[in-house]
Design a protein around this ligand. Structure first.
Ligand code: NDP
Length: 321
């Protein structure tokens, strides 16, 4: 079969589309014939070496497709089932062997491309808005990279919970997208000081929660946007890791700082099925709109990484094997 592999860490050019051996599903695993592969920023962290994996490896952490075979002892799925998954490495391929207990059934009314687009970022937005800081009516939230994959979904879930949502984006086009899904105020953070704007718009109080995935270029000001006893959820680092800082800074407003990761919020099968189930229910009912902005053939994975890292994407990018 064909797959994209990384033989040495580096820029997008290290993504090589090549012939590899078809995986055989081991005990507890299912072989999934992939129809759609979700592109995520975490794929860039593995490719660049920010996160480590043993070489060579097939990148990609999200996919949707049909079960083509099952290994010994698998009862959770059967051949022919439509499934999707997130946070299992090896998705940039025609087939992937995945632990069957990580597979989620895709409802009949959800097409596989949508399933492959919403699993990872949708469950991330779900845990951020319902568990890391469980938003309630009247809360205020700041979402950075508001027109991104996680951003557009997080705004919609935050609005479902009744929060007042501030978003930051780099361009007017992205601002329009964030507003379209419900953001109450959108700040062009390349042009305006978002800290000043958020403090002005909240009468100096700051917000209950900042969801910060941009990190290096936003962290300091994000901290200043959090209100008394509020939460700073630092959940990514699209602009680079945060520099060392003194935790005593949190004391000024008794701020809770957390660095959550999806893996810890879908650790059990029960939690995985519950979060994915909510996300699929919202998609089916039309409450959660999934925006796939670009769909590229799998051999163009390097181009997809260039677009994502170059801030040229909105919503979701899919790779099609
Ligand atoms: P996005 O679609 O949000 O793309 C990243 C966006 O970040 C860009 O579009 C851009 O938006 C913004 N950005 C700001 N500065 C930079 C920069 N220097 N370089 C690149 N982008 C920049 O990606 P994802 O939705 O896939 O992921 C969003 C973030 O969430 C990532 O940091 C990712 O690691 C994290 N994440 C964390 C998870 C977790 O559980 N901890 C799970 C899933 C994602 P703009 O142009 O508007 O500034």
């Amino acid at each position: 079969m064909k797959a994209v592999r990384v033989h040495q860490i580096g820029g997008p050019d290290v993504l090589r589309y090549e012939e590899v051996a078809m995986p055989t599903p081991g005990p507890g695993q299912a072989l999934v014939k992939l129809e759609a592969i979700g592109l995520n920023f975490i794929d860039c962290y593995f490719r660049s070496g920010l996160y480590s994996a043993s070489l060579p490896f097939v990148p990609g952490n999200e996919g949707a497709g049909t079960v083509a075979a099952v290994g010994p002892g698998v009862t959770a799925v059967r051949v022919g089932d439509r499934v999707s998954y997130a946070m299992v490495t090896g998705a940039y391929a025609e087939y992937a062997a995945v632990a069957a207990d990580r597979l989620v059934p895709v409802p009949d009314s959800v097409d596989l491309r949508t399933a492959g687009a919403v699993m990872l970022q949708g469950m991330t937005a779900h845990y951020l808005a319902t568990s890391t800081y469980p938003l309630k009516s009247g809360d205020t939230a700041l979402v950075h990279a508001a027109a991104g994959g996680v951003g557009l979904l997080l705004i919609q879930i935050a609005k479902m919970k009744g929060a007042h949502v501030f978003g930051t984006v780099s361009t007017p086009e992205k601002a329009a997208l964030a507003r379209e899904v419900g953001a109450d105020e959108v700040i062009l953070y390349a042009e305006k000081d978002f800290e000043e704007e958020v403090l002005r718009l909240t009468g100096g109080k700051g917000v209950n929660v900042v969801y910060d995935s941009v990190a290096k270029t936003t962290f300091d000001k994000s901290l200043n946007c959090v209100g008394v006893r509020g939460v700073l959820a630092l959940f990514g680092q699209s602009s680079g890791p945060v520099a060392a800082f003194d935790p005593a800074r949190l004391a000024k407003k008794a701020i809770f700082l957390t660095r959550p990761g999806l893996g810890h919020y879908v650790a059990t099968r029960e939690e995985l099925l519950r979060r994915a189930g909510d996300v699929f229910d919202w998609v089916q009912s039309g409450r959660l709109r999934v925006r796939v902005s670009q769909t590229l053939p799998l051999p163009d994975a390097a181009e997809a990484h260039r677009l994502l890292e170059g801030r040229k994407t909105t919503g979701k990018v899919l790779l099609i094997p």
